[in-house]
Design a protein around this ligand. Structure first.
Ligand code: ZN
Length: 251
């Protein structure tokens, strides 16, 4: 039973048995994993609050070749996000970060870019208390890293540039069923309009760092449109609804 040490982010944890916790976490070197923390629900457990959602921790665990679950032996807090969950809009964004990361990443495959994205976006929400731009950035980049991002500049059907049709205030349409963005000419019934502002903002998010994007470059409305579109793409890929998304509608 080799002992591993890794930087990690806690994605979810569930009660197990009388006093244990089943923990899903994203290890920096080994990818998404699941493990058991014995006695973690006992008062004065040695795990303290390290197993709360999105905790950025150092983790030590044993891996057994014949079993899927690792045994978590020790955790040390690097950064806690517990306080950020007290604000409603922040807590919805943070819940979506953990739910989406858990849903899109395969087991035990290193995903350093996803790790850095998750940490950056959680830290931004915690620091700024502004959930919208970080959520849009997270959703867009998760889709990009997954290889599912439709072109934001040309029509998926006819190849015409989407942003040069200056006559239209609503230059593009998004198809949920095919995760494609098309021009006004190729529009089909049931497709949702996506604004020019949102497409431009999406391109900026792909080119700029999150901390360089202010409300002049990405408006609140554009950020919400990007989030809606990218969450649709993610749900299409994982073939189910995201539970935390329902909380977003009422936020
Ligand atoms: Zn077209």
């Amino acid at each position: 039973m080799p002992l591993h040490e890794s930087e990690a982010i806690v994605l979810q944890s569930y009660p197990l048995g009388e006093a244990d916790r089943l923990v899903s976490f994203l290890s920096r070197n080994m990818g998404r994993m699941r493990g058991v923390a014995r006695g973690a629900r006992r008062p004065k457990s040695r795990f303290g609050s390290t197993l709360e959602r999105l905790s950025h921790i150092r983790i030590w665990f044993f891996e057994r070749e014949t079993r899927e679950l690792v045994r978590i032996s020790q955790c040390e807090m690097i950064e806690s996000f517990l306080d950020a969950f007290r604000d409603y809009a922040s807590s919805v964004a943070l819940s979506l970060f953990s739910e989406i990361t858990q849903a899109v990443l395969p087991d035990k495959e290193a995903a350093d870019a996803n790790f850095r994205l998750l940490l950056l976006c959680a830290q931004t929400v915690k620091r700024t208390s502004k959930a919208e731009p970080a959520l849009a950035y997270f959703a867009l980049w998760t889709v990009k890293l997954g290889g599912w991002l439709p072109p934001l500049d040309i029509c998926a059907r006819c190849g015409r540039p989407l942003l040069e049709q200056a006559q239209s205030a609503l230059p593009a349409y998004f198809s949920r069923s095919s995760s494609a963005i098309v021009c006004a000419n190729c529009r089909r019934p049931g497709m949702r309009a996506i604004s020019r502002d949102a497409l431009v903002a999406g391109q900026r998010m792909l080119a700029e760092r999150l901390d360089r994007l202010d409300e002049d470059s990405v408006s609140l409305r554009a950020a919400k449109e990007i989030t809606e579109t990218m969450l649709d793409v993610i749900e299409h890929q994982i073939d189910r609804k995201l539970t935390s998304r329902e909380l977003l509608e009422s936020a």
